[in-house]
Design a protein around this ligand. Structure first.
Ligand code: SF4
Length: 428
């Protein structure tokens, strides 16, 4: 959709009361630190959340003069949408810090530009995937809670069950819930440590002051514990005739490749008992040879997260200890060599991912690597805090145009948001 002039700013007061601003103001979106019209929008999807940004005045454009500035009055704070899974943010909300006092770092959400269009709220976003296990109806909380209690009784000492109970009930993590429900991608959190310190890490924020949205597990579980919980999940899926899938590397943990020896055992036992199962790892791709050994042991699918293929941006975002983007590229090649499913989780950020040099580099890498699916995710982080910490880049072409460019340049690549289970062993 593209009729920028008709969008009015949506702003909030301190109490969270939101109003559409009248009186000749045009709503804008932001890419990096550049403001511009919202040119690509959809109606606010169901299950989105609207939130005001505390201490962050919003900006808009005066239609009469074309000037961009704060909107006077009590309703002056920026408003953002947080999108449900399966949607991709195209622009950031236009906002700035207060000049008179420091603004606290915002919590880790995918802040997205919103506006009012004739009484309807619209958002600068696109649908990026529709996959029923993630986007379809889900069992209610009472059902999940009953299944959590059932497994807690069956495995009272399991560290995995203890961690997943918190994730399923307190953080509403769908993969954690799946492990109790016995279908879909079941979470197996594995590692308490990491060899990176990502600006947007949701399990540990070392210096931003923002709370981690899924605090990291305190102690790593044993291989026996992981096998027991994984096996009960895969057994139930098998009995129900559903594809069996477990995954290491969850939001609540560190880097699974650091637990290579234990995970080799887990992968070997689970793949031996459930040859049709998808044994998946979500990883930062820091240790290609460890990934190779895991794949030899039974891991047959992986998702590697990438903020940028450029070493300078990569370092600024991941703050890696002892590895580089070359290792991440090496991990991508290992996955392809071993025949495993390879997906890349591109952590998109308007004004960075779509900066022309970045866009061209991403396309080049996707052409070169044998990636099956590119997952397009909105990076959840305080936008201004992130922009203070990454090198300044030329203005972006737009996240929507980046997606179109990738689609037309690498037509064999599936674009989406969710990892699919592999076809049954006989059909592979
Ligand atoms: S690699 Fe993953 S676990 Fe490690 S710091 Fe980054 S987001 Fe967190």
């Amino acid at each position: 959709m593209s009729r920028p002039g008709c969008l009015r700013p949506l702003l909030s007061d301190n109490s969270g009361e939101m109003v559409a601003v009248t009186g000749g103001w045009e709503a804008l979106g932001q890419s990096g630190l550049t403001q511009g019209p919202i040119i690509d929008w959809i109606p606010l999807p169901k299950r989105s959340t609207l939130m005001h940004l505390p201490d962050r005045p919003g900006l808009a454009r005066r239609r009469s003069t074309g000037q961009v500035g704060p909107v006077p009055g009590a309703h002056s704070l920026a408003v953002a949408a947080v999108l449900p899974v399966g949607y991709l943010r195209l622009q950031l909300p236009v906002h700035q810090r207060r000049q008179d006092r420091p603004s606290p770092t915002l919590p880790l959400y995918g802040y997205t530009a919103v506006a009012d269009r004739d009484g309807e709220i619209v958002v600068a976003a696109r649908l990026s995937d529709d996959f029923a296990p993630w986007t379809g109806p889900r069992p209610g909380r009472a059902v999940v809670a009953a299944e959590v209690t059932r497994l807690q009784r069956r495995m009272p000492r399991s560290r995995v069950v203890a961690q997943l109970s918190i994730c399923a009930l307190e953080h509403n993590c769908l993969t954690a819930q799946n492990t109790f429900l016995g279908g879909g991608e079941g979470a197996l959190p594995t590692s308490a440590a990491c060899n990176a310190d990502c600006l947007g890490c949701i399990s540990l924020q070392t210096d931003s002051g923002a709370p981690a949205s899924q605090p990291r597990m305190g102690r790593a579980p044993s291989a026996e514990d992981l096998v027991a919980v994984g096996a009960q999940h895969l057994e139930r899926a098998e009995r129900a005739g559903l594809p069996g899938m477990v995954s290491f590397g969850q939001g609540c943990e560190g880097e699974p490749l650091l637990r290579e020896r234990q995970l080799m055992r887990v992968a070997s036992e689970l793949s031996g008992s459930f040859p049709s199962a998808t044994i998946h790892v979500n990883t930062n791709g820091s240790r290609p040879e460890a990934l190779r050994r895991l794949m030899r042991a039974g891991v047959n699918s992986c998702r590697i997260s990438v903020f940028s293929f450029d070493q300078r941006l990569f370092e600024a975002y991941y703050r890696p200890r002892g590895y580089s983007i070359d290792d991440v590229l090496g991990s991508c090649r290992v996955a392809a060599e071993t025949g495993a499913q390879l997906t890349i989780n591109l952590l998109t950020f308007p004004g960075v991912s779509d900066s022309p040099g970045e866009a061209a580099r991403t396309v080049r890498r996707l052409l070169e690597l044998e990636v099956g699916q590119l997952q397009l995710r909105s990076l959840n982080v305080d936008p201004l805090w992130l922009l203070d910490r990454v090198p300044e880049l030329p203005p972006g072409i737009g996240i929507g145009r980046l997606v179109d460019l990738i689609r037309s340049s690498v037509p064999r690549l599936a674009l989406g948001n969710f990892t699919r289970p592999l076809a049954p062993a006989g059909a592979r």
